[in-house]
Design a protein. Structure first.
Length: 524
């Protein structure tokens, strides 16, 4: 007979000890799962049998049967099983997020020495996991301000055994004080990873803003005079070797960015209504073509020039007009007909850019204009740039514009200016030799009339119409000829009415679009 004394079943092993009563000393054989098994041992004079099995399948069932070899009878059937594999127990301890890295503590209990792997956002990491005990894991090459989930996967049991999420650190934060100055503070994580980093700041037009090391912090400072406008600024942090470490978008407060228009205005005729409404001179004359400027909204700081302090360094508001190639063809500095002030100016004003005799020097086409701010020149120094100083040898408009654009900072985006081919024009003028004399139902005008055909070649005329009937001349039109300069004095120009009347100088034919000069005489 046989009986079980002790047994122990492992993951892939099993052992057992049996006591044997065999008075006749018969031979004992065995089968494991139906196959002959000879790996048992006897001891204590045949009174003890020991079995030690290895290489078994995990979590598997087996049967060991002993037989009496003399008669083939079964002595004992011993069923047993190996145990199931135990999953590793892993605890994620403290997690320390850096700027582009992450450190965490792992505590690992792994009785079956299971195969473990570290996963980052579900993907296997190249960082290995210890089989057991405590381990500090550091992951690098991460993105800042990004949430990551770190997990430990037990490959031996096909199971995730630990998981934790954390967000990597940012690089920089910023604040603005009540005056608009901005302070950019580096995070401890960024500063530790990139000691000696530098920073640049640009507005939405790509223009650089001056920054300096901030006092008492691991960061930088930008003054409100450099920020100026409410805008989305680009913060770029660079390593000591000059490579980009991080880029951020910072919405900074400031003044509204200037919005303006610039248009080409062609010739426009003199009008009867304008002469009538002019209470002082009662005159309307043909408008020459020009560039017309309108400041719609926003903030354009005044220059602050003070004649009592001529050596003061100033900033300059410069309107630069560029052709399609980007080369300056004209510029206006500061005055802009009083447009460079701190409040919106919406009325239309003609501007006469330096570098041009007038807008008529521009060939027809498309042009661009933008405001630039140039710092650091006194009034006299700017005059030397424009006029050439004592040498009286100024640079060309293109050269001056290129200098302003390279040294200055664009404060507006380009606006488009379409310049049509200007029409030919002429000019005229009327003035009294002496006061008109009323004579009953007529009036005698003593006039001197000038007509300037210019390049038009058209004949000029002067006539008078009643304010009550502006379509019918009261006198026959008087020819002013077609010479380049023609002047004629008319004594006793008798007009059969005491007024009011319009005295009109025109070219070609008597039509409102041909009027060059209109004088309104209200009568007696």
């Amino acid at each position: 007979t046989m009986s079980l004394v002790t047994s122990s079943n492992g993951l892939t092993t099993a052992s057992a000890e049996f006591s044997v009563v065999n008075p006749d000393g018969n031979t004992i054989t065995a089968k494991l799962d139906g196959s002959n098994y000879t790996g048992f041992t006897t001891s204590n004079g045949g009174k003890t049998i020991k079995v030690s099995l290895s290489g078994l399948a995990e979590n598997s069932s087996h049967t060991l049967v002993f037989y009496d070899a003399e008669d083939g009878s079964q002595i004992l059937s011993y069923p047993f099983s190996t145990r199931a594999r135990k999953a590793a127990a892993v605890t994620v301890g403290s997690m320390s997020p850096g700027f582009r890295k992450l450190s965490l503590q792992l505590a690992i209990t792994n009785p079956d020495s299971n195969s473990l792997e570290l996963r980052l956002n579900g993907r296997t990491s190249s960082v290995s996991v210890a089989s057991s005990g405590s381990q500090t894991v550091t992951l690098t090459g991460l993105e800042p301000r990004t949430q990551y989930t770190v997990s430990v996967y037990d490959r031996s049991v096909g199971k995730q055994v630990a998981s934790a999420s954390v967000t990597t650190a940012t690089s920089v934060s910023w604040t603005q004080d009540g005056s608009g100055n901005a302070t950019f503070t580096l995070s401890d994580a960024f500063a530790s990873e990139y000691p000696g980093a530098s920073m640049t700041l640009k507005d939405s037009l790509g223009q650089s803003v001056s920054v300096s090391a901030a006092s008492g912090s691991a960061g930088f400072y930008a003054a409100a005079d450099d920020i100026i406008y409410a805008d989305t600024y680009t913060v770029t942090l660079m390593t000591q070797d000059g490579s980009v470490a991080d880029t951020r978008s910072a919405q900074l407060s400031g003044q509204a960015r200037p919005v303006f228009e610039l248009a080409f205005v062609n010739h426009s005729p003199a009008t009867l209504a304008e002469a009538l409404s002019d209470a002082n001179s009662h005159v309307s004359s043909r408008t020459y073509y020009a560039l017309r400027y309108r400041f719609d909204s926003g903030y354009l700081p005044s220059n602050g020039f003070d004649w009592s302090d001529p050596d003061r360094k100033l900033f300059w508001n410069i309107l630069i007009i560029k052709d399609a190639s980007g080369s300056a063809v004209g510029y206006v500095i500061n005055d802009l007909n009083d447009v460079s002030v701190n409040v919106p100016k919406t009325e239309l004003d003609d501007v006469y850019p330096q570098g041009m005799d007038s807008a008529e020097t521009l060939p027809d086409g498309t042009y661009y204009a933008a405001f630039y701010r140039v710092d650091g020149y006194t009034n006299n120094e700017m005059g030397e740039i424009i006029w050439g100083g004592t040498t009286q040898s100024p640079a060309s408009t293109a050269e001056i514009g290129a200098r302003f654009m390279s040294e200055g900072r664009a404060v507006t985006a380009d606006v488009t200016l379409t310049h049509p081919s200007p029409a030919a024009m002429a000019g005229g003028n009327v003035y009294f030799s002496q006061d008109p004399i009323a004579n009953g139902t007529s009036t005698i005008y003593y006039l001197n009339v000038s007509y300037y055909p210019g390049s038009t070649g058209f004949e000029g005329f002067v006539t008078v119409v009643s304010a009550s009937d502006t379509s019918t001349p009261l006198i026959d039109p008087i020819s002013l000829g077609t010479s380049d300069v023609y002047g004629s004095r008319y004594d006793r120009l008798n007009v059969p009415t005491d007024g009011p009347v319009y005295i009109i100088v025109y070219q070609k034919s008597f039509a409102p679009e041909n009027f060059l000069y209109v004088y309104y005489y209200p009568g007696q």
